[in-house]
Design a protein around this ligand. Structure first.
Ligand SMILES: Nc1ncnc2c1ncn2[C@@H]1O[C@H](COP(=O)(O)OP(=O)(O)OP(=O)(O)O)[C@@H](O)[C@H]1O
Ligand SMILES: [Mg+2]
Length: 237
């Protein structure tokens, strides 16, 4: 059995008094990809923010490889092995590709591995991040998370603003990262079928609660269940 890398128990989080995400549990093992799906406003981004500690939790706990992740402590969080790619990518737009990676990198070998994974970046080394195409920016954002050598990688809406053909090319890279580095990957994604095709497990959130969970293969085979879950009708996979 592979090691549990991310364990979230009883997570509730939100922005005012009442939680937007309620009593959420999830686990991700080494080398696994988990997709979090669900309609707009379901609480997907809130879930990732609360897991990464960028948003204080109302209740619940998060551990990465057994180590507890506390809210509001970005450095210890990265050190514990959790890296987060937000939906706006949060690149240093006036710094070059090489500078963005160097700032985040633990070691040079990690940067070279990112260039192997995304050869296009090697052609854009001295270009400011803000001048890259959307797909190139997303490659850089993922690369910047990977040079931190995460054990758990959280990615919010990889596909935001990208053409489907680019998303089709980028998603398998995350599968490769999970397979080759043994990291656990948590992906929030709107392209349901594409996301499921690279996922070991998936959950659909609706109104801040888990409406459906299953393996990627099960859920691909049962699109009606996913449709029902998007409408907030609970069922087991
Ligand atoms: N900063 C905020 N302040 C107050 N409420 C917020 C804030 N951010 C999100 N919300 C509310 O929390 C709920 C969940 O939002 P969240 O961004 O987590 O959804 P999501 O599933 O990521 O949606 P999308 O698919 O549109 O990205 C929504 O009702 C939203 O209006
Ligand atoms: Mg979101």
């Amino acid at each position: 059995m592979s090691e549990i890398l991310l364990e979230v128990k009883g997570l509730s989080a939100g922005y005012v008094a009442s939680p937007v995400v309620r009593d959420l549990d999830l686990t991700v093992k080494a080398g696994e990809v988990l997709s979090i799906l669900g309609p707009n406003g379901a609480g997907k981004t809130t879930t990732l923010l609360a897991i990464s500690g960028m948003l204080p939790r109302m209740s619940g706990s998060v551990t990465v490889a057994g180590q507890e992740i506390h809210s509001g402590r970005p450095r210890p969080t990265v050190k514990a092995g959790l890296s987060y790619v937000p939906d706006d990518r949060a690149l240093f737009r006036t710094l070059t590709v090489a500078e963005n990676l160097k700032l985040a990198a633990k070691d040079k070998a990690g940067v070279d591995e990112v260039y192997d994974l995304f050869p296009r970046l090697t052609e854009r080394l001295n270009v400011q991040a803000g001048l890259l195409s959307g797909g190139e920016q997303q490659q850089l954002a993922i690369g910047r998370a990977l040079v931190q050598r995460p054990r758990v990688l959280l990615i919010d809406e990889l596909s935001m603003g990208l053409a489907p053909v680019i998303v089709e090319a980028l998603l398998p890279v995350l599968r490769r990262v999970a397979d080759e580095t043994g990291a656990g990957v948590v992906l929030v994604e709107q392209h349901v079928q594409l996301a499921l095709s690279i996922s070991d497990t998936a959950m659909v959130l609706a109104h801040g609660e888990v409406a459906l969970t299953g393996t990627g293969a099960d859920l691909i085979a049962h699109p009606k269940k996913i449709e029902a879950a998007y409408l907030g009708e609970s069922s087991a996979a």
